[in-house]
Ligand binder design. Sequence first.
Ligand SMILES: *[C@@H]1O[C@H](CO)[C@@H](O)[C@H](O)[C@H]1NC(C)=O
Ligand SMILES: *[C@@H]1O[C@H](CO)[C@@H](O)[C@H](O)[C@H]1NC(C)=O
Length: 260
Amino acid sequence: MAASGTTALRFSVCVSITLTLVVRLVYANSEGDALYTLRRSLSDPDNVLQSWDPTLVNPCTWFHITCNQDNRVTRIGNIGSCIDWHTRFGCPWEACLLNDVSSLQWGRLVELTMLSVDLGNSNLSGHLVPDIGKLEHLQYLELYKNNIQGTIPSELGNLKSLISLDLYNNNISGIIPPSLGKLKSLVFLRLNDNQLTGPIPKELVGISSLKVVDVSNNNLCGTIPTSGPFERIPLSNFENNPGLEGPELLGLASYDTNCS
Ligand SMILES: *[C@@H]1O[C@H](CO)[C@@H](O)[C@H](O)[C@H]1NC(C)=O
Ligand SMILES: *[C@@H]1O[C@H](CO)[C@@H](O)[C@H](O)[C@H]1NC(C)=O
């Protein structure tokens, strides 16, 4: 009896999620265009972006994309919430892509992040595009452990809902855009193991939500900030940047020491 009750629950959860999915598909959404521009600028030998089909009315059914209840894209990469629905209720992947993860507890979210299949480690190369900055509800940009080149578009500073910017372990060059200081919801900023140059932008000190910063293994210069959220970041998260001095000597060393 318990088993059939579980089956009925599982069935009803899946049916209701699937119905919600169908209803939400009716909306049109231009965010798919921005994502399709990203797909075209990436090389994807393992076809992980194959489901990113611009002829669908919105990108919310694409793999590795999560949307909120209004069909706005909240996550690129990382389908942790789907893993949860999938393992707990046996729902098909397609039925859980719209599940809104923002209501989950932080601890749970971190746990799911580590479990999840996502666009990290997906053998992607190519470069990022300014169009990503149009996804104004985006919370998670998870593109770590690929071979992405080029620079970080300054337009990423427009992602005012962004919680996590994970671009570590790629081949990204250029500066850390000062515009990232506008990301007032940011908690995770992991840019380590790239080819980034220039200083750590002073603007980042003003992001009070920031909990994790890792810029180790780059070619950054200047001094390590010590105020605001940077008070709590371990020095190891800055190591292996030959031109980076630090921590900031409280006014004795100028901010752009060693930056020519
Ligand atoms: C990554 O892509 C290359 C082709 O660019 C391929 O030779 C290689 O097997 C792929 N690696 C994995 C882990 O899929
Ligand atoms: C990293 O990017 C540079 C160009 O910025 C390129 O010359 C180099 O081959 C790339 N490294 C890898 C491992 O792809």
